[in-house]
Design a protein around this ligand. Structure first.
Ligand SMILES: [Fe+2]
Length: 353
């Protein structure tokens, strides 16, 4: 074939590929949106609490129960297309290394607006482990700006609720945000832990309705637990101001730290004193938040442990220098009535494609 013809064919192929790519980008970014079911499920403080409506996960007697927390995976369908398999391998590594009984996800599973394929991939990876999993939403799950994502929050609820091993529930519809739910970890009919999954991804504060619902739920469970508040954990996306205060206490008294704290980026704390005060009242032992990729720590503060969850996956920023590589996951191991906290770091560059 003549050289001119080959050049023409190559050029046309290149131009048409660029055009198709650009059209697909425009389509997925601006035109195509998935809207989920709007489920009206109003809650009222006067509702009768029914323990049968609370999901349970069984803990085997005399065996550790391991919670693996994945934070800020932050995949995007377009920008991170070529990172996806690396992230999948990293999560496989974390699951194989920790043998979890439960996987929690503290929000920002995706970022940017293109979140359809990424969310579906995460759900299919999680279902493949055949382990219960429980996500909350972060700010980026809503898109670059609130409610700008290809999948709206109702559609994400539909997807997460459809997961075979998913514990996710969109919860009441009148709390100011959806995706607030609770479940119990139970050993021989005794509640070992009540796990509250709260959505503060879209707002910088918990609503008073969220707090009333959490109080109502803990009171309801208490009535089935020999009139004692069950020991609880809270998982959410954005840290509350007490995370920052606890750090300031740590600077004065290093004994408040559990493990080695890494504080590399400024500690933002969204509004949320109400959650901390309520947590003290209802026997919460641990509050776990994502959102701050450069930080990883656990501090004891006023008898509650505050954990800034280690970031998982390739996307979004994370702290890295010669010694410190802040990427992996956090584990919470329930042994008898204690919870031990650890970090699992992904080995540097092991899974990069
Ligand atoms: Fe975030």
């Amino acid at each position: 074939m003549e050289k001119k013809k080959i050049t023409l064919i190559v050029s046309l192929t290149l131009i048409s590929s660029i055009c198709v790519g650009a059209l697909l980008s425009v389509y997925f970014t601006f035109l195509h949106h998935y809207k989920g079911k709007i489920v009206k499920n109003d809650w009222s403080e006067t509702d009768t609490f029914d323990i049968k409506k609370i999901k349970t996960i069984k803990k085997e007697k005399d065996k550790d129960f391991v919670i693996l927390n994945l934070a800020d995976i932050q995949i995007c369908d377009l920008e991170n297309f070529f990172n996806k398999e690396t992230i999948h391998k990293e999560i496989n590594y974390l699951v194989e290394k920790t043998h979890p009984d439960l996987i929690t996800l503290t929000g920002d599973q995706t970022w940017s607006n293109e979140n359809l394929m990424s969310t579906k991939s995460i759900i299919s990876w999680l279902d493949s482990y055949k382990i219960p999993y429980a996500p909350v939403f972060g700010n980026h799950d809503y898109g670059n700006k609130p409610n700008s994502a290809v999948c709206d929050i109702n559609y994400l609820c539909d997807l997460y609720e459809s997961g075979k091993y998913s514990l996710f529930s969109r919860g009441p519809s009148n709390l100011g945000s959806i995706g607030n739910y609770v479940f119990n970890i139970v050993e021989e009919n005794q509640i070992v832990k009540t796990v509250y999954m709260l959505n503060n991804g879209t707002v910088d504060s918990f609503t008073s309705e969220q707090m009333k619902w959490m109080k109502w739920t803990s009171e309801g469970i208490k009535a089935y637990n020999n009139d004692i508040y069950s020991s609880g954990m809270v998982f959410m996306h954005k840290p509350i101001p007490e995370f920052r205060t606890a750090y300031q206490h740590y600077l004065v008294d290093h004994s408040t730290s559990v493990g080695i704290p890494y504080i590399n980026w400024s500690l933002s704390g969204v509004d949320g004193h109400q959650l901390f005060d309520l947590s003290k009242d209802v026997n919460i032992t641990d509050i776990v938040a994502g959102h701050q990729h450069g930080n990883s720590f656990t501090f004891n503060y006023q008898n509650i442990r505050l954990t800034s969850a280690l970031k998982t996956g390739e996307c979004g920023g994370y702290y890295e220098d010669k010694e410190i590589y802040l990427k992996g996951a956090s584990t919470f191991t329930i042994r008898n009535d204690k919870v031990n906290i650890n970090r699992v770091f992904v080995p540097r560059n092991t899974f990069k494609m």
